[in-house]
Design a protein around this ligand. Structure first.
Ligand code: EPZ
Length: 417
């Protein structure tokens, strides 16, 4: 298993360009199932999660051509299986997103239940509730969701809880349903809007994207389209947190600052100098900064996917911060590892109380999930001496060439195979 060896204490300095959003590409790739025509992605990514989704689509019979990380062309004209097997779904939960498009185009699908994960139980009850509202008959057999329908019928789908994946699955199911579907309490995340924009290009009729009420008028067929996924706001926030935590100076290019409004506001409240224009963000982290409290929430709230990285950053601000995790019940696996580096953090239920201005010292640590890994890398970049971050395969799921890009900013980081 690969690991990172980091010699901390170097302020990150330079420019970095943001890659396509993993969490946008994943549902958009799944949406290619909805048409027999070509769906072209002008940019893709070589992340392991993207490769897992492409493998699953190929397993279903979707032809995939092009190069990982570059232009990729998908064509679902010869679907040969309507089953997403356990081994592929278990590896990556977003595989569950093939359920909506398979069911709406082929009227049948068998998709493994994803099971729990390191950050929480992550049920899919809202996805199921939505599909049932559209008329699907759903059974659970040996760990699989077995779904069938005649043509899905538009209906009101009221989510009890805001769910990004649930909104995406129902959106993909409803675009080919008969009549009008309204998703109430829909997720407003940019990744939902990006999927919606791809579906619009494919000929879907959708109103209200980016609001909590999405209206879909079902159509008979969808056509091919060309799409360029949005830049990854979480990758952008991670680089900002890393530069800020090491007292560096960074310019982030090819990003959409509006997608990070809440996070940027928190950085400004801490006292960081930040300049924003249409597609770039400049941060100067050389000055002393103060702690702020954080509460994660669905978009446009503070992203749970930047909570772990922010905790690492807050160990360097003056004062005490409380960080409350409201989305996932056990997304604090990074805390005991940060404590190994000397962080002074107390966990009280779903709240981490982070004491600032702590001297971190290098130590071996273990990554437990994607964003926890990023948090440990940031802590390693701050810490004096050598930090070894083990199990970085988690990190490879969501950050492309992370160590090379950090090294281009001056970080002393090396991957050991
Ligand atoms: C997406 O996961 C992202 N993944 C996650 O990114 C992100 O943390 C999360 O949204 C929240 O922003 C992808 O886009 C591939 P949810 P998703 O459904 O869709 C509960 C990362 O690090 N819930 O919005 O699975 C659920 O348990 C990751 O890149 C139900 O109770 O998240 C959670 O508490 C990890 N029933 C909350 O809702 C359901 O049917 C939000 O989950 C569905 C969800």
């Amino acid at each position: 298993m690969d690991k990172f060896v980091i010699e901390g204490g170097v302020p990150l300095k330079g420019e970095i360009s943001i890659k396509p959003a993993k969490n946008s590409l994943l549902p958009c790739l799944a949406a290619s199932i909805l048409t027999a025509e070509e769906v072209i992605f002008e940019k893709s990514s070589s992340l392991s999660d993207i490769n897992s989704m492409l493998s699953l689509l190929q397993y279903l019979g979707v032809s995939v051509s092009g190069k990982a990380g570059e232009r990729v062309v998908l064509k679902a004209d010869k679907i040969s299986s309507l089953t997403a097997p356990y081994d592929l779904v278990r590896k990556m939960r977003a595989s569950f997103l093939v359920l909506g498009p398979l069911l709406s185009r082929f009227k049948k699908a068998k998709v493994s239940l994803p099971g729990g994960c390191a950050i929480g139980a992550r049920p899919v009850d809202q996805h199921i509730k939505g599909l049932k509202a559209l008329g699907a008959e759903i059974d659970f057999e040996e760990g699989y969701v077995v779904a069938k329908c005649n043509r899905l019928k538009g209906a009101d789908v009221f989510f009890d809880k805001i769910t990004v994946g649930g909104t995406q699955n129902i959106l993909m199911a409803a675009v080919l349903a008969e009549g009008r579907t309204t998703i109430i309490n829909a997720a407003k995340e940019p990744e939902v809007v990006d999927l919606g924009n791809l579906l619009l290009k494919m000929g879907a009729k959708i109103e209200g994207l980016g609001t909590d009420r999405i209206i879909i008028h079902g159509v008979e067929n969808l056509k091919g389209a060309t799409h360029c996924p949005i830049p990854d706001r979480i990758e952008c926030g991670t680089f900002l947190a890393a530069a800020a935590a090491t007292r560096g100076i960074i310019k982030i290019k090819n990003c959409i600052p509006a997608h990070l409004e809440k996070f940027l506001t928190k950085l400004k409240e801490m006292g960081f100098e930040i300049q924003i224009d249409d597609a770039s963000i400049f941060l100067n982290g050389e000055k002393d900064v103060k702690s702020v409290d954080i509460l994660t929430a669905p978009y446009p709230g503070f992203p749970t996917d930047l909570q772990a990285q922010s905790v690492a950053l807050l160990t360097q601000a003056s004062g005490i911060a409380t960080v409350r995790e409201e989305i996932f019940e056990s997304r604090f696996m990074h805390i005991p590892e940060l404590q190994r580096l000397g962080a002074d953090i107390k966990l009280e239920g779903n709240t981490a109380v982070v004491k600032g201005k702590t001297l971190l010292k290098g130590a071996p640590v273990m990554a437990s999930d994607l964003r926890a890994s990023a948090s440990l890398v940031i802590a390693g970049l701050i810490a004096r001496g050598k930090t070894v971050v083990n199990r970085i395969y988690h990190l490879d799921r969501g950050y492309e060439n992370f160590e090379e890009r950090l090294a281009s900013l001056g970080a002393k980081i090396e991957r050991i195979k």
